[in-house]
Design a protein around this ligand. Structure first.
Ligand SMILES: [Zn+2]
Length: 249
């Protein structure tokens, strides 16, 4: 698979939305002094009237491409979308980083940070656009799809009050960790880092009570892209089934 530029990526997203009747919205235009044209940031919505809410975010870091590409593959599968679930999808939340093929935005900022400072700073416009969309939300599940480009094993950052089985169903075969720490954070010894409050989107949305369940998944960049996309699609399928099975609880 060849790397595509942001305008081609959005063309594909819009085409698939048109074909399958997903609604689309531009949540903001990310302007950049150093780059041509403002970059529209999109949110796609499916089944707006359903009560169970599933939010899917990708492209927080521009060099972690499996997430955005997984969204394209997901949009090609209209059967994935169940009428009982309201999906809110942010296919690429950091378009300048996607275009520059690097982690941080055009201002050199890591936008995976939602707090008082980033909600005011002109260097974090992406976060402000995102927050405007989610500040009054109550999601049942929030996922932000990341990648770790330096490893060959998958892992995740999870947020829970109790032992939530659903998290352990994700990446079940791919979390081959045997260490108690991942980058200095305590893990369960099987690739799940718990309740690290780092102001990331997944941390803040959970801590602020805007989502019941929250995870950042990290696909292993050392494996090929197709495999990483398959891992993401499988995780999304598992979460989808979980939400369907728990709809009246
Ligand atoms: Zn990342």
């Amino acid at each position: 698979m060849r790397r595509i530029i942001y305008s081609d990526f959005t063309k594909e997203i819009l085409k698939l939305s048109r074909i399958n009747n997903y609604s689309k919205k531009i949540v903001g235009y990310k302007e950049s002094k150093w780059m041509n044209n403002p970059f529209p940031i999109y949110k796609l919505e499916v089944n707006k009237k359903a009560k169970t809410k599933f939010c899917i975010v990708a492209g927080v870091h521009g060099d972690e491409i499996a997430g955005p590409y997984s969204i394209i593959e997901l949009l090609k599968r209209p059967k994935f979308f169940k009428k009982e679930i309201y999906y809110q999808i942010f296919p690429v939340i950091n378009p300048t980083a996607f275009e520059l093929q690097r982690r941080n935005n055009d201002k050199g900022r890591d936008i995976n940070c939602l707090n008082k400072k980033t909600l005011k700073s002109k260097n974090y416009k992406e976060i402000q656009f995102f927050y405007k969309e989610v500040q009054n939300e109550n999601f049942d599940f929030f996922i932000s799809m990341h990648e770790d480009l330096d490893v060959d094993k998958a892992y995740g950052y999870i947020y829970e009050n109790d032992f939530e089985k659903i998290y352990r169903k994700l990446f079940r075969r791919e979390r081959k960790w045997k260490t108690k720490k991942i980058y200095g954070d305590k893990s369960d010894g099987q690739g799940l880092v718990k309740n690290v409050h780092d102001h990331s989107l997944e941390d803040r949305l959970f801590s602020m009570g805007k989502t019941k369940l929250s995870i950042a998944t990290e696909t292993p960049g050392k494996l090929n892209l197709e495999r990483r996309i398959i891992m993401n699609l499988k995780n999304l399928e598992i979460i989808n089934n979980h939400l369907l099975n728990n709809i009246n609880i």
